[in-house]
Every structure is written in C-alpha cells, then in structure tokens.
Design a binder for this molecule. Structure first.
Ligand SMILES: [Zn+2]
Length: 414
C-alpha cells in the first residue's frame, strides 16, 4: 500500500459528482461536503468525507492540516488552447481595437501568418520552453489539465516540431498536456495547391507519423469561410476517423457549418459556436458532441458570446475553455472568462463549474478527472473562502492558494 495523505479540514468540498454530462444545472444539485477531508493514495483519491471520521479511520495517513476557511474544487480542465506559439500580436490587438480591418492588419504584417512565421523561427527546445511557461502559469491559477493545439507550423515538418515541443513541455510541467493536431488551421501561404490538396498531403504524410511517434490522437480543423469549407474538410475527417483519431472542430465562429460536420463525424467537441442558430443548437443538443464556449475569444475580439444558455436549456453538454492564443484570446485566464460568460449568458454556478471540470474533461475523452470522488486523480485546488460562490463573484481575481496535481502539492501560496 502506498503512503496515504489526508488534507483538511476543508470548509466546503465541491465534488462535482453525481451530475449529468448534459443539460442545465441548478446550484442545489451541487454536492457540497462541509468540514471535509480528502484522502489520497498515490496519484488518486481514495475517499472524500468528513474530516473527523477520516482522521479516525486512517490514523496512519500523513496529515496536511489546514488552518482557516477553504473551498476546494476539482483542478480545472482547459479543453481548448493554442499556447504553443512564438511572438506576440499586441500590435494587431491595438490596430483591431482602433478600428482597422482584418485586411489592413494582414497588410501591416499581422494576423495568423505572423504567428506562423514567429513560431517557425523557434528551435524545438525554445518552443517547448515557451509552452511549458504558459502551462505553468495556467497550473498556478488552478488549471491542472491543458489541451494544446499545433497549427502554427502548417507544414509536415513544422507541425511535427510543434507536437514534439508540446510533448517535451509535457515532460517538464506538472500539468497534463493533451496535444491536438491542428494542421488544418488554414492553408499555408507557401503551399501552391488547393485547400483540398493541402489536406490530402497532410493526411497522407503527417497522420502516419503522428501515430508512429504517438504525438497525438486528436485531429482538429478550422471550418470557416476563411479556412476550410464543410465539403473540403469531410474527406480529411473521414481519413482521420479511419485512422482511429478523435476529432474536434473549430465550428460556427463567424458562419455556420462546422457544428454540422462535427456532429456528422461524431467529434468529441465542437468549439466556438458564437454564430450557431436554433438549428445548430438543436443538432448539438441531440448529439454526444460537447459544445465548447470560448469566452476569451469573444472578449479578445469584442464579439458575441457563444449561446451557452440556449445550448444548456436545449440539453447540450457545455464546456468552457480559454482558447488562449496570441491573436484573438491573449488573456488566458479561464476562471475570469468563465465568470464573465456567466454574467452575460446567465449561467448558474453549477453550470460554470461543470463546464471547467468534468464536462471539459469529457471533451478530451477523459473520465478520470474533473470530479472529486474515489478513484479520480487527486487534482484539486484550494481557494481562501468559506462559501463557494465567492470564487466566481470575484471574477477571476481570487486565485487558488494551493494546487494539487496527482496527489502532490504543486503550488503553495499558503
Ligand atoms: Zn482555437
């Protein structure tokens, strides 16, 4: 038997257990254990229960005694980021806010191609270091599992460089990084063929290497007028599915179409959805595809939010992710963004917390995290509060004072 650790007493533990994957939630559905303890064995939770009874039942456990009021949540899961990148797009941000168009920004050397150029210039180890730094910042704010996309390489070699850098970063941070291949972000400027020819080249050349090197099991694509159409992406997704990859889609950000493709191919998630209408919402609600809201992109671009309320009311599974990227979502603060989304979309605290924990984990195909119950990973975060509602109320300004990842204290501000 591995050594036991017992943390407590905790004023409130929100387990996020016994909640449905899909649909609206009310706060009185939240399981809250008061004066609680968390018993850990190795990387996993053995039991969550009353502090006093756990102390009595497991006298051999190493005690991590807390003094004061604390609320504990499962470690957050950010199921959509682009934190592997070079350069900064601060100039674009200023130009966009000053009213310049997408075209004017691109003509001034900005836009996504600038990030591709800056990312291609970096060595694999420089890129891994940047990615690990971003991951560690996220971890210190309570995000213990982070999806990271490629998509700023846009050639076989450069996409491989990014995915290997993410793999290297994963070895140097305590957060879990889940990589995704987004070679279908856009057709690169230096590829002379058509969109379909680019996608064919990627699926024929890159996919087998991803499998062989175990670089990722996830394929993403940007389905949008400015990137790839539904018709163009269908054979690409078919190929990926036949290869055994999980799918995820940048869908309905500015125009609809992506969510339909996501549902048709049984994608794990359809992300963005700012432009989704009743038809798309209905379709997602009837599917097993998780709808992912990205409030950071709405805040970064000054655009409408994902219709999160409607999605939940129709019965969809809603996750919330940061979309942390250098262009449209530079903030990278998941709790702040989720809290802001709640005020605009009228989400209950339970819906927000589910969206950044177990529902986000489901978007990544993970069921071993996002809840605090026996058998789950011991990933949890402590906030200096006596009432869980204080956390969203402070709109991201309250940071966790301790972050535990796989049974070890990784961040301690206490
Ligand atoms: Zn994105």
């Amino acid at each position: 038997m591995k050594k036991l650790k017992l943390i407590g007493p905790i004023t409130q533990v929100l387990t996020l257990d016994h909640l449905p994957l899909k649909g609206a939630l009310m706060d009185d559905q939240l399981e809250i254990i008061e004066q609680a303890g968390i018993l850990i064995e190795g990387e996993k939770i053995l039991q969550v229960g009353k502090w006093e009874s756990l102390c009595k039942a497991f006298p051999e456990a190493e005690i991590f005694e807390l003094k004061g009021d604390f609320v504990v949540l499962p470690g957050m899961v950010d199921c959509h980021t682009h934190i592997c990148f070079g350069g900064s797009r601060a100039k674009d941000f200023a130009m966009r806010n000053a009213g310049k168009t997408y075209l004017e920004i691109a003509q001034a050397g900005g836009g996504i191609w600038d990030t591709v150029t800056q990312t291609r210039k970096l060595s694999p180890s420089e890129l891994a270091k940047i990615t690990a730094n971003h991951a560690n910042r996220h971890l210190s704010e309570g995000v213990t599992t982070i999806e990271v996309k490629s998509g700023y390489g846009l050639s076989v070699e450069e996409e491989l460089k990014m995915l290997r850098a993410i793999q290297e970063a994963n070895r140097s941070t305590s957060a879990d990084l889940v990589s995704t291949c987004l070679a279908a972000h856009m057709k690169p400027r230096d590829f002379s063929g058509s969109n379909s020819e680019y996608l064919e080249m990627i699926s024929a050349t890159l996919f087998p290497i991803l499998k062989k090197e175990k670089l990722t099991n996830r394929i993403d694509a940007f389905v949008e007028k400015s990137a790839f159409s539904s018709d163009e992406i269908s054979p690409y997704f078919q190929h990926a599915k036949e290869g055994g990859f999980d799918l995820t889609v940048h869908a309905d950000q500015f125009s609809v179409g992506g969510s339909k493709v996501a549902v048709k191919f049984g994608a794990r998630s359809a992300d963005h959805l700012e432009a989704s209408g009743d038809e798309e919402i209905q379709l997602l609600a009837q599917s097993n595809t998780i709808a992912v809201a990205l409030p950071g992109a709405s805040i970064g671009l000054g655009c409408a939010f994902t219709p999160a309320r409607k999605l939940l009311d129709k019965g969809a599974a809603l996750a919330i992710a940061s979309d942390w990227n250098p262009g449209s979502a530079p903030m990278g603060d998941l709790m702040a963004q989720a809290s802001i989304l709640a005020t605009f979309e009228k989400l209950s605290t339970a819906e927000v917390l589910a969206g950044i924990t177990f529902r986000a984990a489901a978007a990544l195909g993970l069921n071993d995290r996002g809840k605090l119950s026996a058998g789950q990973l011991a990933d949890f975060i402590l906030f200096p509060a006596s009432d869980y509602r204080e956390i969203l109320y402070q709109q991201g300004k309250m940071k966790p004072v301790e972050v535990w990842k796989k049974g070890s204290k990784e961040v301690g501000r206490l």
